[in-house]
Ligand binder design. Structure first.
Ligand code: ADP
Length: 501
């Protein structure tokens, strides 16, 4: 089984969020199961710096994007083969999707159409003759055009799997970009890329892939509803037989409190003393008062509406009235960033805010924390609470998306049986969130129950093995079906609806 895994970011070559973590760990777990998996992403400057064993595979002039070199390399950690699409005009800049002021690059449509076109070239054996994938696995809107490009091929093509990591990011562009994408003109139709007068890269992935996955089972169901479907729910409902959910895992090589180089002391489920050392170290690092018995609540997140950062901000004064310390690590909305910094000045020693994206610090936050506050308006998977669980920080989450599949509320019965790992609330409101936090704080005050909660979370296996098994089974199912496609051009050149039913 040969699989080309295509994404716009893969850790440690490039990362802005959870997608990069998936790209780092899933291919490794697939390779361990015997899948011949190769990766492809843009040759951003940081990716070129970090990749190992680089050599130019092929160099050519692209009519739209100019000089392009397809570089073969190895991932610096896992050694997996990776292709870097080195098109300086499009990718030689700092900032994966945005400039330093947080403004999207004006040519993002061309950038990721180009990446998809090159990946399709590999998929069809045109750019790497010695290796052709059986399955092309495209991720998120950036690679949404990849199934579309493969769909246009006259030649036999690989099966296509499209994974939606977050339906809210759709890759919407004015229709004026369409002529630059390199797709036949009839793809700009209601049964193709057109979405309410715009071009949607995500919709292309949904229409033209053989199968789609979301990153949890609950989210796979939610995206077919009006509340979470972002306007695509009708199409997703029509294709629901080709839609399933596979929960992401976490990379146990990187997220392991017993051997984490970023921590002040190692610890594990059976030896928690190191966690207290980590808590004291984090308090020192952040300028919080040294207080081993005060519960330390952390919030590690993009500062966005999705992550309810606005409600967290509003709730800080209420939280500060409780016997707790709180620290946030995040970046995002500039206004929220400023207000969190102001709050840190208002509550010195009790509230700390670190604005920025700091991977090692995220490790130290989870290790030092007692409670992770992770409210979300919607949550495709939610890796952060999984890291917290591994590091003995009890997550307080909203019961939505992947969090429904991973966080088990501490009801009396579940607590008694030792099968709870967190606290769950339902309503999007400060009142509901604070009530959940209070439940967690009440449990913290009962050390035996708290240990039980913490210990069950730390014992759970959220590694990639199960997910990789599901993905490789899915690839296997798709390969014999690679020829029939969900949407086909008839002789008159119009679209059959890309409906499954
Ligand atoms: P999403 O992908 O929606 O941002 P996830 O919780 O699935 O949410 O994944 C977020 C990832 O980014 C996790 O690895 C989390 O630890 C990390 N992260 C988010 N914000 C920061 C930050 N400011 N510094 C370091 N890591 C962060």
């Amino acid at each position: 089984m040969r699989v080309l895994f295509a994404a716009s970011e893969i850790y440690p070559l490039a990362k802005t969020g959870g997608l990069a973590d998936v790209g780092a760990a899933l291919p490794v777990a697939l390779a361990e199961r015997g899948v011949d998996v190769r990766l492809i992403l843009p040759a951003y400057p940081e990716a070129l710096e970090a990749a190992a064993n680089k050599s130019v595979h092929v160099k050519f002039e692209d009519a739209v994007a100019g000089t392009t070199r397809l570089i073969t390399a190895r991932m610096p950690d896992s050694g997996l083969p990776v292709w870097l699409v080195d098109t300086p005009l499009l990718f030689n800049r700092r900032g994966l999707y945005q400039d330093q002021n947080g403004i999207d690059w004006a040519d993002n449509a061309e950038r990721f159409a180009h990446l998809s076109r090159i990946a399709a070239g590999i998929g069809l054996g045109r750019l790497a003759l010695e290796w052709r994938p059986d399955v092309v696995h495209a991720n998120d809107w950036h690679l949404g055009l990849l199934p579309a490009f493969l769909h246009t091929a006259q030649a036999p093509r690989p099966a296509t799997l499209f994974t939606i990591h977050n339906l809210a990011y759709q890759g919407l562009f004015p229709t004026s970009v369409f002529p630059k994408l390199g797709l036949p003109s009839n793809f700009l139709s209601v049964d193709g890329l057109e979405f309410y007068g715009k071009v949607s890269f995500l919709k292309a992935g949904i229409c033209f892939s053989d199968h789609m996955t979301t990153v949890s089972r609950t989210y796979a169901h939610e995206v077919t509803t009006q509340e979470f479907g972002c306007g695509l729910e009708g199409l997703l409902r029509r294709r629901k037989r080709a839609l399933s959910g596979i929960l992401n895992g976490i990379d146990g090589r990187i997220w392991d409190p017993s051997g984490d180089p970023h921590l002040a002391a190692p610890f594990g489920r059976q030896h928690l003393a190191g966690k207290s050392v980590c808590k004291a170290a984090l308090q020192r690092e952040l300028g919080l008062a040294p207080a081993s018995d005060l519960p330390l609540v952390v919030y590690v997140s993009r500062l966005t509406e999705q992550k309810m950062a606005d409600l967290v901000l509003k709730s800080v004064p209420d939280i500060m009235r409780r016997q707790v310390q709180m620290a946030i690590l995040g970046e995002g909305d500039a206004g929220l960033e400023r207000q969190f910094i102001d709050l840190a000045q208002l509550y010195p020693g009790q509230f700390a805010a670190y604005i920025g994206y700091e991977e090692p610090l995220a490790h130290r936050f989870h290790a030092g924390a007692d409670i992770l506050l992770h409210p979300s308006r919607f949550e495709p998977c939610g890796l952060t609470p999984l890291y917290a669980l591994r590091y003995g920080a009890v997550p307080v989450v909203r019961g939505v998306g992947g969090l429904v599949d991973t966080v088990i509320d501490a009801t009396d019965e579940k607590l008694r049986r030792g099968t709870a790992n967190g606290v769950v609330f339902e309503e999007v409101s400060p009142v509901a969130m604070l009530a959940a936090l209070d439940r967690a704080l009440a449990l913290y005050a009962q050390p035996i129950l708290w240990r039980r909660l913490q210990s069950f979370g730390m014992s759970q296996d959220f590694g990639w093995n199960a997910s990789a098994r599901h993905y490789s089974n899915l690839y296997r199912k798709l390969v014999p079906d690679a020829e029939p496609t969900p949407a086909t051009l008839d002789r008159r050149g119009s679209w059959h609806r890309c409906a499954e039913a």
